[in-house]
Design a protein around this ligand. Structure first.
Ligand code: MN
Length: 231
């Protein structure tokens, strides 16, 4: 097969402790998956899970020990941080039962679901898609992926985000409304999942705005840190 024009490079994320990279197929995100965040966004905290997507090349990979640089995007005056546990799939499938779902997870990472909240809010109000609010360039900063073989699965552990040294978000992964296995079960009813898919599993309460010059430092217990500067 010959491409008519050169294909874009494969989006990829470093693998922790390795010179390999994890090829990204799709990026799925779960909305409102911590009760306190669901409430701050105007929900009751008890809805069934819902999903949205970012393009694969929205990833901003941040290698270990470095600080990523995220350009402040256009068309917004309200760029928000959402610190999230990310599951990286090594095996695909559809209609995957929760009881077998964790076998599909290859690894985990610390990620940020960066959000143009003003555009998302307007889309909600007008019944329009969320794409411009959620799925823009560099909207998915992500630290290296740690293989499950080394970390095990995550049912608990602190999740935190500091901005310029002050804690903005602080919770525990055990407070996910829909855990990783249940999330995969629901998501795989809507889409055939593939090896290479990333799932951003939702953010705890405390989302707020950032500005150029701000330093975001996220961490999940057992997964290390993600540092991103807004430029
Ligand atoms: Mn999110």
């Amino acid at each position: 097969m010959q491409f008519a024009i050169p294909p874009q490079p494969q989006a990829a994320v470093p693998v922790a402790g390795s010179d390999k990279v994890f090829p990204v197929h799709r990026i799925y995100c779960v909305g409102r998956n911590y009760v306190e965040h669901a409430k701050e966004m105007g929900g009751t905290g008890r809805e069934a899970p819902f999903f949205f997507m970012k393009p694969a090349d929205a990833v901003l990979p941040v290698p270990h020990g470095t600080t990523g640089e995220m350009p402040f995007p256009g068309m917004t005056n309200d760029l928000h941080h959402e610190i999230e546990l990310v599951a990286a799939l090594g095996k695909g499938g559809k209609n995957i039962p929760a009881s077998a779902a964790l076998e599909h997870v290859w690894g985990y990472a610390v990620g940020l679901d960066m959000t143009r909240r003003d555009l998302q809010g307007e889309a909600k109000k007008l019944g329009r898609p969320w794409c411009t609010g959620k799925g823009f360039d560099y909207s998915a900063p992500i630290a290296p992926i740690h293989p499950v073989a080394e970390t095990g699965h995550f049912s608990k552990g602190t999740i935190r985000l500091d901005v310029n040294g002050a804690t903005r978000q602080s919770s525990d992964v055990e407070k996910l409304i829909w855990n990783i296995a249940e999330t995969i079960e629901h998501l795989s009813k809507y889409y055939e999942l593939r090896a290479g898919d990333l799932i951003f599993t939702g953010t705890p309460a405390g989302v707020a705005a950032v500005a150029p010059g701000d330093l975001l430092e996220g961490a999940i217990e057992g997964l290390g840190e993600l540092r991103v500067k807004i430029i």
